[in-house]
Design a binder for this molecule. Structure first.
Ligand SMILES: *Cc1c(COP(=O)(O)O)cnc(C)c1O
Length: 371
Protein backbone atom coordinates (compact mmCIF):
# COMPACT_ATOMS: atom_id res chain seq x y z
CA UNK A 1 0.00 0.00 0.00
CA UNK A 2 1.10 3.59 -0.63
CA UNK A 3 2.40 5.39 2.45
CA UNK A 4 1.01 8.92 2.70
CA UNK A 5 4.05 10.93 3.71
CA UNK A 6 2.89 14.27 2.29
CA UNK A 7 0.18 14.70 4.85
CA UNK A 8 0.28 15.58 8.56
CA UNK A 9 -1.25 12.31 9.80
CA UNK A 10 1.33 9.93 11.19
CA UNK A 11 2.30 7.41 13.85
CA UNK A 12 5.21 8.23 16.10
CA UNK A 13 7.04 5.51 18.00
CA UNK A 14 9.03 6.65 21.01
CA UNK A 15 12.49 5.14 21.23
CA UNK A 16 12.81 6.18 24.87
CA UNK A 17 9.55 4.40 25.70
CA UNK A 18 10.81 1.24 23.98
CA UNK A 19 14.12 1.49 25.85
CA UNK A 20 12.31 1.87 29.15
CA UNK A 21 9.92 -1.04 28.48
CA UNK A 22 12.77 -3.30 27.39
CA UNK A 23 14.65 -2.43 30.60
CA UNK A 24 11.59 -3.06 32.78
CA UNK A 25 10.86 -6.38 31.07
CA UNK A 26 14.45 -7.61 31.29
CA UNK A 27 14.60 -6.70 34.98
CA UNK A 28 11.22 -8.13 35.93
CA UNK A 29 11.79 -11.38 34.07
CA UNK A 30 15.53 -11.71 34.87
CA UNK A 31 16.01 -12.43 31.18
CA UNK A 32 19.43 -12.64 29.57
CA UNK A 33 18.20 -12.38 25.98
CA UNK A 34 15.03 -10.95 24.51
CA UNK A 35 13.42 -11.72 21.18
CA UNK A 36 11.13 -8.79 20.53
CA UNK A 37 7.97 -9.82 18.66
CA UNK A 38 7.57 -7.40 15.75
CA UNK A 39 5.20 -9.57 13.72
CA UNK A 40 2.14 -8.03 12.03
CA UNK A 41 3.88 -4.77 11.22
CA UNK A 42 5.39 -4.47 14.68
CA UNK A 43 1.97 -4.74 16.36
CA UNK A 44 1.01 -1.76 14.18
CA UNK A 45 4.13 0.29 15.03
CA UNK A 46 5.91 -0.55 11.75
CA UNK A 47 8.01 -3.66 11.08
CA UNK A 48 11.29 -2.03 10.15
CA UNK A 49 10.83 0.91 12.50
CA UNK A 50 10.45 -1.58 15.35
CA UNK A 51 13.37 -3.66 14.13
CA UNK A 52 15.51 -0.52 14.26
CA UNK A 53 14.08 0.48 17.65
CA UNK A 54 14.88 -3.00 18.98
CA UNK A 55 18.44 -2.79 17.74
CA UNK A 56 18.83 0.69 19.27
CA UNK A 57 17.48 -0.64 22.58
CA UNK A 58 20.06 -3.43 22.63
CA UNK A 59 17.54 -6.21 22.09
CA UNK A 60 19.10 -9.56 21.14
CA UNK A 61 16.76 -10.80 18.41
CA UNK A 62 13.54 -10.27 16.50
CA UNK A 63 10.51 -12.56 16.38
CA UNK A 64 8.10 -12.56 13.45
CA UNK A 65 5.18 -14.69 12.35
CA UNK A 66 5.89 -15.39 8.69
CA UNK A 67 8.79 -15.83 6.26
CA UNK A 68 8.10 -12.63 4.37
CA UNK A 69 8.49 -10.57 7.54
CA UNK A 70 11.82 -12.24 8.23
CA UNK A 71 12.98 -11.58 4.70
CA UNK A 72 12.02 -7.88 4.90
CA UNK A 73 14.26 -7.57 7.97
CA UNK A 74 17.14 -9.36 6.25
CA UNK A 75 16.76 -7.08 3.23
CA UNK A 76 16.99 -4.06 5.53
CA UNK A 77 20.40 -5.43 6.56
CA UNK A 78 19.63 -5.44 10.26
CA UNK A 79 22.07 -8.00 11.49
CA UNK A 80 20.13 -9.66 14.31
CA UNK A 81 18.94 -13.20 15.04
CA UNK A 82 15.43 -13.73 13.66
CA UNK A 83 12.94 -16.27 14.96
CA UNK A 84 9.75 -17.22 13.11
CA UNK A 85 7.07 -18.02 15.68
CA UNK A 86 4.35 -19.27 13.38
CA UNK A 87 4.00 -22.12 10.94
CA UNK A 88 6.16 -22.08 7.81
CA UNK A 89 5.70 -24.43 4.89
CA UNK A 90 8.58 -26.93 4.64
CA UNK A 91 9.17 -26.03 0.98
CA UNK A 92 10.86 -22.82 2.21
CA UNK A 93 13.39 -24.71 4.33
CA UNK A 94 16.40 -24.02 2.09
CA UNK A 95 15.54 -20.37 1.93
CA UNK A 96 15.24 -20.20 5.73
CA UNK A 97 18.55 -21.99 6.09
CA UNK A 98 20.29 -19.66 3.67
CA UNK A 99 19.07 -16.55 5.53
CA UNK A 100 19.78 -18.11 8.96
CA UNK A 101 16.24 -17.68 10.17
CA UNK A 102 15.37 -19.74 13.23
CA UNK A 103 12.31 -21.73 12.28
CA UNK A 104 9.59 -23.13 14.51
CA UNK A 105 9.17 -26.81 13.70
CA UNK A 106 5.85 -28.35 14.77
CA UNK A 107 6.33 -32.04 13.99
CA UNK A 108 8.65 -34.84 12.96
CA UNK A 109 6.94 -35.03 9.59
CA UNK A 110 7.75 -31.36 8.99
CA UNK A 111 11.47 -32.15 9.42
CA UNK A 112 11.19 -35.13 7.09
CA UNK A 113 9.49 -33.04 4.42
CA UNK A 114 12.00 -30.21 4.82
CA UNK A 115 14.88 -32.65 4.20
CA UNK A 116 13.99 -32.95 0.55
CA UNK A 117 14.32 -29.20 0.09
CA UNK A 118 17.59 -28.73 2.00
CA UNK A 119 20.88 -28.80 0.09
CA UNK A 120 23.18 -28.90 3.12
CA UNK A 121 24.96 -25.69 2.13
CA UNK A 122 23.68 -24.16 5.35
CA UNK A 123 21.97 -26.04 8.16
CA UNK A 124 18.41 -25.01 9.02
CA UNK A 125 18.20 -23.48 12.52
CA UNK A 126 15.40 -25.38 14.25
CA UNK A 127 13.27 -24.40 17.23
CA UNK A 128 11.01 -27.29 18.21
CA UNK A 129 7.47 -26.38 19.26
CA UNK A 130 5.95 -28.29 22.16
CA UNK A 131 2.19 -27.99 22.53
CA UNK A 132 1.35 -28.01 26.23
CA UNK A 133 -2.19 -26.71 25.88
CA UNK A 134 -2.33 -23.73 23.54
CA UNK A 135 -3.49 -26.33 21.01
CA UNK A 136 -2.17 -24.39 18.05
CA UNK A 137 0.98 -26.09 16.75
CA UNK A 138 3.59 -28.39 18.25
CA UNK A 139 4.54 -31.84 19.48
CA UNK A 140 2.72 -33.21 22.46
CA UNK A 141 4.98 -35.92 23.83
CA UNK A 142 8.60 -36.50 24.82
CA UNK A 143 8.69 -39.38 22.32
CA UNK A 144 7.86 -37.02 19.46
CA UNK A 145 10.49 -34.54 20.57
CA UNK A 146 13.06 -37.32 20.81
CA UNK A 147 12.14 -38.53 17.34
CA UNK A 148 12.62 -35.01 16.00
CA UNK A 149 15.99 -34.73 17.73
CA UNK A 150 16.98 -38.07 16.21
CA UNK A 151 16.15 -36.81 12.70
CA UNK A 152 18.28 -33.71 13.29
CA UNK A 153 21.16 -35.72 14.73
CA UNK A 154 21.08 -38.07 11.76
CA UNK A 155 21.51 -35.08 9.42
CA UNK A 156 23.84 -32.59 11.10
CA UNK A 157 24.60 -30.94 7.77
CA UNK A 158 20.89 -30.20 7.25
CA UNK A 159 19.72 -29.21 10.74
CA UNK A 160 21.04 -27.38 13.78
CA UNK A 161 19.00 -27.80 16.93
CA UNK A 162 18.82 -24.23 18.12
CA UNK A 163 15.83 -24.10 20.43
CA UNK A 164 12.76 -25.58 22.05
CA UNK A 165 9.65 -23.70 23.07
CA UNK A 166 6.09 -23.80 24.26
CA UNK A 167 3.41 -21.12 24.35
CA UNK A 168 1.00 -20.35 27.18
CA UNK A 169 -2.68 -19.74 26.54
CA UNK A 170 -3.34 -17.99 29.86
CA UNK A 171 -0.20 -16.39 31.25
CA UNK A 172 -1.71 -13.01 32.08
CA UNK A 173 -4.74 -13.78 34.21
CA UNK A 174 -5.31 -13.91 37.95
CA UNK A 175 -6.53 -17.47 37.54
CA UNK A 176 -3.37 -19.61 37.18
CA UNK A 177 -4.58 -23.24 37.17
CA UNK A 178 -4.33 -23.69 33.43
CA UNK A 179 -0.94 -22.01 33.34
CA UNK A 180 0.33 -24.41 36.02
CA UNK A 181 -1.09 -27.37 34.10
CA UNK A 182 0.74 -26.27 30.95
CA UNK A 183 3.93 -25.82 32.93
CA UNK A 184 3.67 -29.31 34.38
CA UNK A 185 3.12 -30.78 30.90
CA UNK A 186 6.19 -28.86 29.76
CA UNK A 187 8.26 -30.50 32.50
CA UNK A 188 6.87 -33.91 31.59
CA UNK A 189 8.16 -33.45 28.03
CA UNK A 190 11.42 -31.65 28.79
CA UNK A 191 12.80 -33.10 32.01
CA UNK A 192 13.57 -36.53 30.57
CA UNK A 193 15.42 -35.30 27.50
CA UNK A 194 19.10 -36.28 27.44
CA UNK A 195 20.13 -32.81 26.30
CA UNK A 196 18.66 -29.42 25.54
CA UNK A 197 19.43 -26.89 22.82
CA UNK A 198 20.99 -23.48 23.57
CA UNK A 199 17.66 -21.63 23.43
CA UNK A 200 14.90 -22.78 25.75
CA UNK A 201 12.17 -20.18 25.42
CA UNK A 202 8.65 -20.25 26.84
CA UNK A 203 7.91 -16.75 28.14
CA UNK A 204 5.59 -14.38 26.30
CA UNK A 205 4.74 -11.05 27.94
CA UNK A 206 2.45 -12.56 30.56
CA UNK A 207 4.85 -15.33 31.58
CA UNK A 208 7.79 -12.90 31.63
CA UNK A 209 5.98 -10.38 33.81
CA UNK A 210 4.03 -12.62 36.20
CA UNK A 211 5.69 -16.04 36.20
CA UNK A 212 9.41 -15.29 35.91
CA UNK A 213 10.23 -17.37 38.99
CA UNK A 214 8.54 -20.48 37.60
CA UNK A 215 9.70 -20.61 33.99
CA UNK A 216 13.05 -20.49 32.20
CA UNK A 217 13.71 -16.87 31.19
CA UNK A 218 17.25 -16.88 29.81
CA UNK A 219 15.49 -16.31 26.50
CA UNK A 220 12.11 -14.58 26.41
CA UNK A 221 9.94 -13.71 23.42
CA UNK A 222 7.76 -10.73 24.16
CA UNK A 223 5.78 -8.10 22.30
CA UNK A 224 2.89 -6.60 24.25
CA UNK A 225 4.87 -5.33 27.27
CA UNK A 226 7.54 -3.68 25.16
CA UNK A 227 4.94 -1.66 23.29
CA UNK A 228 3.99 -0.38 26.74
CA UNK A 229 0.79 -2.29 27.30
CA UNK A 230 0.19 -4.14 30.54
CA UNK A 231 -0.60 -7.65 29.24
CA UNK A 232 -3.40 -8.37 31.69
CA UNK A 233 -5.17 -5.13 30.80
CA UNK A 234 -4.24 -3.75 34.24
CA UNK A 235 -5.94 -6.68 36.00
CA UNK A 236 -2.60 -7.71 37.49
CA UNK A 237 -0.32 -4.90 38.50
CA UNK A 238 3.29 -5.82 37.78
CA UNK A 239 4.38 -2.78 39.80
CA UNK A 240 6.44 -1.44 36.95
CA UNK A 241 6.34 1.61 34.77
CA UNK A 242 5.39 0.70 31.23
CA UNK A 243 5.19 3.57 28.77
CA UNK A 244 3.01 3.22 25.64
CA UNK A 245 5.33 3.78 22.69
CA UNK A 246 2.76 4.77 20.09
CA UNK A 247 1.36 8.21 19.38
CA UNK A 248 -0.99 9.14 16.55
CA UNK A 249 -0.62 12.73 15.39
CA UNK A 250 -2.12 14.94 12.72
CA UNK A 251 -3.02 18.61 12.15
CA UNK A 252 -6.14 20.57 11.25
CA UNK A 253 -6.55 20.75 7.49
CA UNK A 254 -9.65 22.95 7.35
CA UNK A 255 -11.58 25.14 9.79
CA UNK A 256 -14.96 26.81 9.37
CA UNK A 257 -17.93 28.10 11.31
CA UNK A 258 -21.37 26.77 10.44
CA UNK A 259 -24.79 27.77 11.76
CA UNK A 260 -27.07 25.76 14.04
CA UNK A 261 -29.04 22.91 12.51
CA UNK A 262 -26.55 21.74 9.88
CA UNK A 263 -25.67 18.07 9.51
CA UNK A 264 -22.02 17.03 9.42
CA UNK A 265 -20.49 14.12 7.45
CA UNK A 266 -22.09 11.02 5.92
CA UNK A 267 -25.62 10.33 7.06
CA UNK A 268 -25.69 13.55 9.09
CA UNK A 269 -25.31 11.65 12.37
CA UNK A 270 -24.35 14.96 13.97
CA UNK A 271 -26.22 18.25 13.81
CA UNK A 272 -24.91 21.56 15.11
CA UNK A 273 -26.97 23.06 17.92
CA UNK A 274 -25.34 26.51 17.78
CA UNK A 275 -23.03 28.43 15.53
CA UNK A 276 -20.15 25.98 15.76
CA UNK A 277 -16.51 25.93 14.76
CA UNK A 278 -15.74 22.67 12.99
CA UNK A 279 -12.23 21.42 12.29
CA UNK A 280 -11.33 18.79 9.70
CA UNK A 281 -8.56 16.23 10.24
CA UNK A 282 -7.02 14.41 7.26
CA UNK A 283 -7.41 10.90 8.59
CA UNK A 284 -10.18 8.32 8.70
CA UNK A 285 -11.09 4.66 8.75
CA UNK A 286 -8.96 4.16 5.62
CA UNK A 287 -6.06 4.79 8.00
CA UNK A 288 -7.39 2.13 10.34
CA UNK A 289 -9.21 4.33 12.82
CA UNK A 290 -12.45 2.72 13.87
CA UNK A 291 -15.73 4.47 13.24
CA UNK A 292 -16.61 3.76 16.87
CA UNK A 293 -14.22 6.56 17.83
CA UNK A 294 -17.04 8.99 17.03
CA UNK A 295 -17.93 10.84 20.22
CA UNK A 296 -14.43 10.43 21.63
CA UNK A 297 -12.49 13.54 22.64
CA UNK A 298 -9.05 14.14 21.19
CA UNK A 299 -6.58 17.01 21.59
CA UNK A 300 -6.51 19.87 19.13
CA UNK A 301 -3.68 22.05 20.38
CA UNK A 302 -4.36 21.79 24.12
CA UNK A 303 -8.12 21.64 23.85
CA UNK A 304 -10.23 18.49 24.19
CA UNK A 305 -12.45 18.27 21.13
CA UNK A 306 -15.11 15.71 20.32
CA UNK A 307 -15.01 13.73 17.08
CA UNK A 308 -18.39 14.49 15.52
CA UNK A 309 -20.29 12.90 12.65
CA UNK A 310 -19.43 9.70 10.88
CA UNK A 311 -15.67 9.15 10.48
CA UNK A 312 -15.11 9.03 6.71
CA UNK A 313 -12.47 7.01 4.89
CA UNK A 314 -9.90 9.80 4.69
CA UNK A 315 -11.18 12.65 6.81
CA UNK A 316 -13.03 13.32 10.04
CA UNK A 317 -14.39 16.33 11.87
CA UNK A 318 -14.11 17.68 15.40
CA UNK A 319 -16.06 20.40 17.20
CA UNK A 320 -13.72 23.21 18.18
CA UNK A 321 -14.35 25.53 21.15
CA UNK A 322 -13.37 28.54 19.04
CA UNK A 323 -11.64 29.40 15.78
CA UNK A 324 -8.27 27.68 15.49
CA UNK A 325 -5.75 27.96 12.66
CA UNK A 326 -5.29 25.35 9.98
CA UNK A 327 -2.15 23.43 10.89
CA UNK A 328 -2.95 23.29 14.62
CA UNK A 329 -1.44 20.01 15.90
CA UNK A 330 -3.87 17.20 16.64
CA UNK A 331 -3.17 14.33 19.02
CA UNK A 332 -5.35 11.26 18.58
CA UNK A 333 -3.26 9.02 20.82
CA UNK A 334 -0.36 9.82 23.09
CA UNK A 335 0.93 12.95 24.75
CA UNK A 336 0.84 16.59 23.79
CA UNK A 337 2.73 18.65 26.37
CA UNK A 338 1.16 17.83 29.71
CA UNK A 339 -1.96 16.08 28.42
CA UNK A 340 -2.20 12.45 27.41
CA UNK A 341 -4.73 10.39 25.50
CA UNK A 342 -4.35 6.93 26.96
CA UNK A 343 -4.82 3.95 24.66
CA UNK A 344 -6.79 2.11 27.34
CA UNK A 345 -9.35 4.95 27.39
CA UNK A 346 -9.62 5.04 23.60
CA UNK A 347 -9.98 1.28 23.55
CA UNK A 348 -12.63 1.27 26.28
CA UNK A 349 -14.60 3.70 24.11
CA UNK A 350 -14.19 1.50 21.01
CA UNK A 351 -14.52 -1.89 22.77
CA UNK A 352 -11.11 -3.04 21.56
CA UNK A 353 -7.88 -4.18 23.16
CA UNK A 354 -4.81 -1.96 22.54
CA UNK A 355 -3.16 -4.69 20.45
CA UNK A 356 -6.25 -4.88 18.21
CA UNK A 357 -6.56 -1.12 17.88
CA UNK A 358 -2.87 -0.64 17.02
CA UNK A 359 -2.79 -3.61 14.69
CA UNK A 360 -5.53 -2.34 12.47
CA UNK A 361 -3.83 1.01 11.77
CA UNK A 362 -3.18 0.86 8.08
CA UNK A 363 0.05 1.07 6.11
CA UNK A 364 -1.08 4.40 4.70
CA UNK A 365 0.02 6.08 7.94
CA UNK A 366 3.78 6.63 7.95
CA UNK A 367 5.61 5.37 11.04
CA UNK A 368 8.40 7.51 12.47
CA UNK A 369 10.79 6.53 15.21
CA UNK A 370 11.23 9.61 17.43
CA UNK A 371 13.47 10.56 20.41
C1 LIG B 1 3.07 -13.31 19.39
C2 LIG B 1 3.80 -14.35 20.17
C3 LIG B 1 4.59 -13.98 21.28
C4 LIG B 1 4.59 -12.59 21.88
O1 LIG B 1 3.43 -12.48 22.66
P1 LIG B 1 3.14 -11.24 23.64
O2 LIG B 1 2.00 -11.69 24.45
O3 LIG B 1 2.81 -10.07 22.76
O4 LIG B 1 4.36 -11.00 24.44
C5 LIG B 1 5.34 -14.97 21.87
N1 LIG B 1 5.32 -16.24 21.41
C6 LIG B 1 4.56 -16.63 20.37
C7 LIG B 1 4.58 -18.05 19.93
C8 LIG B 1 3.77 -15.70 19.72
O5 LIG B 1 3.00 -16.09 18.71
Amino acid sequence: MVVAQMRASRIEVSQSAINQNVRVTMQTSHAKHMFLAIKANGYGHGLLEMAQAAKNAGVYGLAVAVVDEALAIRQAKLDMPILILGYTEPQYAEFLAQFQIITTVPSVSWLEEAQSFLTGNHPLLVSLAVDTGMNRIGMRTAAEVQAAVAVMQAHPNLFTWEGIMTHFATSDTAETDYFEMQLSRWHTVIDGLPCLPPMVHVANSGAAMYHADEVPTDFIRVGTVVYGWEPSGKELNPGTELVPAMSIKSALSFVKQIPAGEGVSYGHLYHTTNDEWIGTIPMGYGDGLTRTMRGYKILVGNEWCEIIGQIAMDQMMVRLPHAMPVGTPVTILGTNGTQTIDIWDVCAHCHLQPWEFANQLSDRLPRYLVD
